[in-house]
Design a binder for this molecule. Sequence first.
Ligand SMILES: [Fe+2]
Length: 124
Amino acid sequence: MQLAKWAHDLAESLLAESLPTRWAHSQRVYSQALTLAPALGEDAVLLAAAAIAHDVGYARAAVETGQHMIDGARYLRDVVGADPRLCSVVAFHTSSPWEASELGLSEILAEFGPAEPALVDAIT
Ligand SMILES: [Fe+2]
């Protein structure tokens, strides 16, 4: 669970004070992710880390394109050097491919692909 603890501390530092509602949401998603752990095997820790960090793209330090999934993934990859699979799950969570298409950001999103459907479904 070292990865999840690291992601928790990072997300807390980025969201808790400035975006408390977003932080509370992230904590609820994290709790839900833990309930899926038995179905994910070795990827349970990765899902937990992605769950707590999935919305760091809303943090002021991360905002770049305005598409928070991409911004979060870029922050995780470029600023803190996160695991590429963690960056990918964050990049593709929820409606990211459709939103990226609408915003002309599909090429940037593709930097984080290919998406892992089982993990994207789990985080969504
Ligand atoms: Fe999100």
